[in-house]
Design a protein around this ligand. Sequence first.
Ligand code: ADP
Ligand code: MG
Length: 716
Amino acid sequence: MRPSILFPLFAPLQSLPGIGPKQAKLFQKIIGDKIAHLFWHKPLAIVDRRFSPKIRDVEAEKVATVTVCIDQHIPPETSRRPYRIRCYDETGFLYLIFFRAKSDYLKNLLPEGEWRVVSGKVEIFNAEIQITHPDHIVPLTERDSLLTVEPVYPLTAGLTQKPMKKAVHAALAKLPDLPEWQDPHWQEKFRWPCWKQALFDLHHPMRPEDLDLDSPCHMRLAYDELLANQLALALTRHKRKKLLGRSIQGTNDLQDTVKQALPFDLTASQKEALQEIQCEMASPSRMLRMLQGDVGSGKTIVAFFAMLTAIEAGLQTALMVPTEILARQHMATIKPLAEAAGISVALLTGRDKGKKREKILADLLAGDISLLVGTHALLQDTVKFQDLGLVIIDEQHRFGVDQRLTLASKNSLHPENHHKDKIADILVMTATPIPRSLLMTAYGDLATSRLTEKPAGRKPVTTRVLPLSRLEDVIHGLERAMRVGDKIYWVCPLVEDSEVLDLQAAEDRFVALESCYPGRVALVHGRMKGPEKDRAMASFSGKTDGDALLDHQHDCEKDILVSTTVIEVGVDVPAANIMIIEHAERFGLAQLHQLRGRVGRGDRPSSCLLLYGGPLNDVAKARLEIMRQTDDGFRIAEEDLRLRGGGEVLGTKQSGLPNFRLADLDVHEELLAAARDDAKIILETDPDLKTDRGQALRILLYLFERDAVIRTLESG
Ligand code: ADP
Ligand code: MG
């Protein structure tokens, strides 16, 4: 239960005075829906209104707060010209300028012959002193309230500074005194303010340097956020540690059989990674390891051998992937190998319903299925294993931390099950090289195995960059390509994050290509029904997992696959050797690299064509140029980080990494390391958060909405 002292902070934003349903929607867009979310909304800049000269002493381009008498309204001659109001004091004249103004409104606001206090940026135009659209106009009695330093907040269309400031102030007024959760020595060392003071300071910057990310209030609050993050992770891991550990050791039987059936040898890098994984599985502690390897480096087979190891030890295993297509594809790869070794495998996706699903669930619980492949569907409560030993999560950035842990603790709750309190080892696989500091925020400390070489015989992919104006040529060029047996992926662009528009673009391209090459083109997109998707994929790859029956023989002969980015992650069709990406400039580099990684897998020379809509700015040009120059995923990720900044590449919602509101790892990386150590000590001395500091830390966790972790604390 959330401590009652925090209740007022987690009331809906709408409960603040002046925020109606319409405003609330705007706030929600950039801030959130709770009062506490306003606290994290940092000012971008300040406006100092304390400069209050006589008119004679104003300075151009500087904000001034002047006290003036309204002399005369001068309506414009034409509506394109501004409305002017002449004002004066004993030292001179000043004009207030309004564009598209209503004269009634202005006459009411600034009646001739009366005095007003006006604040805004002063300009000198045609030797006249002017303020265009003053920020504030108040009567003399309110003069003092204007002479302050004002924060300037980030906004969204439809929202202005005034309601934003009002909301933040109303929220700050609700701040309770909270017990201190920081270690007193640590806080003393940096002279950090208490939490309440820090928030107050954050929203009342007085000097430009108060906005710096290393100002005391920023440091304190960033540390609060990082500590909440690290403590939550530490608690989750601690909870896992309390569950019984076990050593998982294979016998090599199954692995040897599969090795015989494999058409290739593992690379040295694959062998090494596998050994690291098996070594950690064999130790009595629970594994949480990441397998990182560039696209096409062969992570799947390493994962499969790790699964065989667990199966040899009599345990079940699960492989979770982000898309249905990928689940089916992995199944198609694994099934023949598994069958050669006599292992029972099953596929479970959101598409499986009714009897079929029930049978799978029953078999899982009875231990009759050794290897389960699936999508998010694996996370459902009804999916229970008899004894799950190892979980593999592919392309991990699509899944959240909580989901990983949910899956790992899915052993049966049957009273006779001896393993119900055992938690599975976890191996997450990713092609995206993630900087260590970011990894730490997602997992705490995490061991990594890396695939550093690609399987031998990979042909380099020739990459070309062309303007979309050459589209016709490209389409006609496909004729020759297909004649010599090329198979082509054609990826359509993201349109403003809209799935519907994506789809439209892909459908249009499909129709256009199909009219050139009747019967040769397949279409696949995220909105298709499962079986439809399978059929499209199978018609292009020639592979099926047995479920997707092909209607006609000629279905198998599609040479062009038009798609939205559904094929981005992991799809493996070795015969495909040309990748065409429309509006390549709209994709992230990591994404382009992933897409390009879909070709260059077979014997034929491969190429990738990046079509861009012009004109491109310098950054966009540089990004496409990197794609042309290198095939090294690490270098591409580095360059992308350099060009776009970490936040945009990895802090985005697709990344599955935490998105900090106050902490910025470019500036606060050292604080992150300190927070990790702090969390470790807290766990050693007060694992149940029972001491006074522990109680205060619980409040911190709630404040940063790590409620889930606290629940696990309470359930023991
Ligand atoms: P990724 O790391 O991108 O997930 P995959 O696991 O999909 O890569 O492997 C890419 C392709 O390489 C697959 O077709 C797979 O069968 C093949 N492959 C994997 N390991 C080897 C190897 N050691 N030698 C040759 N081919 C391999
Ligand atoms: Mg893969």
